[in-house]
Ligand binder design. Structure first.
Ligand code: SAM
Length: 225
């Protein structure tokens, strides 16, 4: 059975999609999408030999070699023009790694109309990347599983405007304010406040002052939301 996290990613894949799952590990997500009849074809990309082999094994075991191609490649290099991929998923990595994957082979995104990205941390950098590259947030989701909180960003081509607070916490998520959202930002705020307290008695260097100002700005931003 798929994790709630990956099930939520799957929910945003359009019916009939030709999808590429980058950093697929066991290829659970593409296998699920093909079995479900959501994706018509899929690519599973992996840069590391071990996970690549486990993806190959899983696809064989599930009798899906006709529908899923597994490739050993760095990021979007797993996508070939003849695949006609329209949907890309990248899940289970940090935001900065996801952004570096998107930036390394931008030409591979030419035919892609939807990105479904699930950063484990720092979703903010993905929203910044989207703003700068004319992708707009179609939807967002936040969920809790095994005491971890995950965000999922669904992007389509287009422009958007986001405030500083929306870049940090997400425009859709901050409208909905779900329990997981409240919990995440309460946790973050507690952490920042703890750091603030720990530097309270510290020496007054410009670096410390800058850190203090930064933390206070973040706390104020989140409190505003
Ligand atoms: N996507 C799966 C999920 O969400 O459960 C697996 C997540 S796993 C924590 C991250 C995977 O990304 C690892 O298998 C790693 O080898 C792969 N990975 C990291 N950087 C990559 C890159 N540049 N290109 C392709 N795969 C990469």
């Amino acid at each position: 059975k798929l994790s709630k996290r990956l099930e939520t990613v799957a929910k945003f894949v359009p019916t009939g999609a030709v999808m590429a799952d980058i950093g697929s590990d066991h290829a659970y997500l593409p296998c699920y999408l093909i079995h479900q009849g959501t994706a018509s074809r899929a690519i599973a990309g992996e840069v590391v030999k071990g996970p690549y082999e486990s993806a190959v094994g899983q696809v064989q075991k599930e009798n899906l070699v006709e529908k899923i191609t597994v490739r050993l490649a760095d990021g979007l290099a797993a996508i070939e023009e003849a695949d006609h991929v329209d949907t890309v998923t990248i899940a289970g990595m940090g935001g900065p790694l996801i952004v570096s994957i998107l930036e390394k082979h931008p030409e591979k995104l030419q035919g892609v109309t939807r990105l479904i990205l699930q950063p484990n941390i720092h979703a903010k950098v993905i929203r910044e990347w989207a703003l700068a590259h004319e992708w707009a947030i179609l939807d967002e989701e936040i969920l809790e599983e095994d005491d971890k909180i995950y965000e999922i960003l669904v992007l389509q081509r287009g422009q958007m405007e986001l405030s500083t607070a929306e870049i940090l916490v997400g425009p859709k998520l901050s409208q909905r304010k779900s329990p997981a959202f409240i919990k995440k930002w309460q946790r973050e705020k507690d952490n920042w406040q703890r750091v603030l307290q720990s530097i309270e008695g510290a020496e007054q260097t410009p670096e410390i002052e800058e850190k203090r100002a930064e933390l206070m700005a973040l706390i104020r931003l989140v409190e505003g939301v």
